[in-house]
Write a protein that binds this ligand. Structure first.
Ligand SMILES: Nc1ncnc2c1ncn2[C@@H]1O[C@H](COP(=O)(O)OP(=O)(O)OP(=O)(O)O)[C@@H](O)[C@H]1O
Length: 258
């Protein structure tokens, strides 16, 4: 399997000088779906923000390398960063961080229009992305008049409209009702892209991602099959990961296979 994303010996400190990532190594193969797990403050969002150059190893006292979709994240190379932002779509935790246009359709068109797409081609991108998240009927609505779950779907559509190779999602299931949560899982499973998903929703990780990585205190603490990691009570306790009461990962994984 070719690598879609390779992070090598990544160290990063915010401007206050405190190092948050302490030598992270992570490779995700093309087409893999991987969950990034870990307690609050572990550095998951910080790591994810490196994947399209919002943060970069060269900023502050950072070091290491990040390669995504065949390109190296180098903030000095503006053409490469623009291409990386096309190839790597990040869906942020709060959909309101990425919705700012007067209508849903305009929000979804914003990215591809910036790439220079116009007319029928642009229309096709918008229609395709809205259909993928089942929001075509809401295309003329004001994004901020939609429910949270609907805004999350539109946020996913704004990223899909760029036809990314890698989709990075920060807490995609948070604040979704059970039906929206399941429908989003169906959408994500149907996409032919590499997925890296930050989540505290461990059943969701099991449902969607065959592999999981635990990040704790800025270091990769475990990397393996999701069902194996979730079935290891000592590992889970050690990294403040808790399954819902009565949830049996091995049983659930068996149900998913059937
Ligand atoms: N802009 C910032 N400036 C300084 N420190 C920051 C900044 N953003 C995050 N941090 C610190 O970096 C550490 C890692 O934060 P990060 O948001 O990456 O963790 P996380 O694993 O995503 O946590 P959570 O599960 O709570 O979302 C925390 O200690 C946090 O306080």
């Amino acid at each position: 399997m070719t690598a879609s994303l390779t992070v090598s010996d990544l160290h990063f400190a915010y401007p206050d000088g405190r190092e948050v990532l302490h030598g992270v190594d992570l490779t995700v193969g093309a087409g893999e779906r991987v969950a990034l797990l870990g307690p609050n403050g572990a550095g998951k969002t910080t790591l994810v923000l490196h994947l399209n150059g919002i943060l970069h190893p060269g900023s502050g006292s950072g070091s290491g390398t990040v390669d995504v979709a065949g390109l190296t994240v180098d903030p000095g190379d503006r053409a490469a960063i623009a291409e990386i932002r096309r190839r790597v779509g990040i869906v942020f935790q709060d959909p309101d961080d990425q919705l700012f246009m007067p209508t849903v359709a305009e929000d979804v068109a914003f990215g591809p229009a910036n790439l220079g797409l116009r007319g029928a081609e642009l229309q096709e991108r918008v229609d395709e992305a809205l259909a993928a998240v089942d929001m075509a009927a809401h295309r003329d609505q004001v994004p901020h008049h939609l429910s949270f779950g609907q805004r999350r779907r539109v946020a996913v559509a704004t990223v899909l409209a760029m036809r990314p190779e890698i989709l990075v999602l920060d807490e995609p299931s948070s604040n979704l009702d059970p039906a929206s949560r399941r429908e989003l899982a169906e959408i994500l499973r149907s996409l032919p892209v590499t997925v890296l998903m930050v989540t505290h929703d461990l059943p969701y990780a099991l449902e969607l991602c065959p592999r999981s990585v635990i990040l704790d205190q800025g270091r990769i603490a475990a990397d393996g099959k999701t069902v194996d990691l979730l079935s290891d009570p000592e590992l889970m306790r050690g990294h403040r990961l808790e399954l819902p009461f009565g949830f049996d990962p091995a049983f659930a994984a068996g149900q998913l296979r059937t």
